[in-house]
Design a protein. Structure first.
Ligand code: CMX
Length: 158
């Protein structure tokens, strides 16, 4: 009896130590803000002509059903996201009356795969179970906004 209680105590203690010792990922900076727009052509002049930012690239990301336009703002990028299909998550989000900042992307220094394992162990709901290729060939993964204070969160690495 005493032996099994002691074993139970040891296991519980070990599991508390393991959970509390999960390392913290290293975020270097906000990589980009994703901004949902119905039309890049109509939205871009605000960012270029009014804010004076430079649009340095556009890209279609087929599997996400979006066209993107990238602007540099210091170390942070702005990623304009235009839906290319009614089935696009961006179109669905716009159709619900939302617009503007759609997600925040953090640059992870020590690997998105490691970060996913870590946040999952901490109870965060994952959208992507493993990293995949996103715009600009970055390794990316999304976390569900219901687990992240309502902010659709992207983890990415160069
Ligand atoms: N920010 C905050 N909350 C959001 C959100 C967003 N961008 N998009 C959806 N939600 C919320 C909805 O408001 C809804 O909340 P309520 O239930 O309170 O109304 C909830 O999430 C819906 O969740 P769901 O039913 O699980 O999923 P949806 O079908 O609405 O899809 C999401 C939401 C986040 C899972 C989906 O958009 C997704 O997988 N996103 C990741 C991929 C992506 O965004 N790709 C486009 C960008 C690609 C790129 O950058 O290249």
């Amino acid at each position: 009896m005493l032996h099994s209680s002691f074993c139970f105590f040891l296991c519980t203690f070990a599991s508390i130590i393991c959970t509390t010792n999960i390392r913290n990922m290293k975020i270097s900076h906000i990589e980009h803000l994703g901004i949902a727009v119905q039309s890049i052509e109509e939205s871009l002049p605000f960012f270029t002509d009014v804010l004076g930012l430079e649009c340095y690239a556009t890209e279609v990301v087929e599997d996400q059903k979006v066209k993107t336009a990238f602007l540099k703002c210091g170390e942070v990028k702005l990623e304009l996201l235009e839906p290319t299909s009614p089935e696009s998550t961006i179109q669905k989000w716009l159709d619900k009356g939302n617009k503007g900042v759609h997600h925040v992307a953090f640059c992870i220094e020590d690997g998105v795969a490691n970060a996913l394992a870590e946040v999952s162990a901490k109870g965060v709901r994952l959208i992507d179970e493993k990293p995949r290729k996103g715009a600009e060939q970055l390794n990316i993964a999304f976390l569900h906004p219901k687990s992240t204070c309502g902010i659709l969160t992207e983890l990415c690495e160069h």
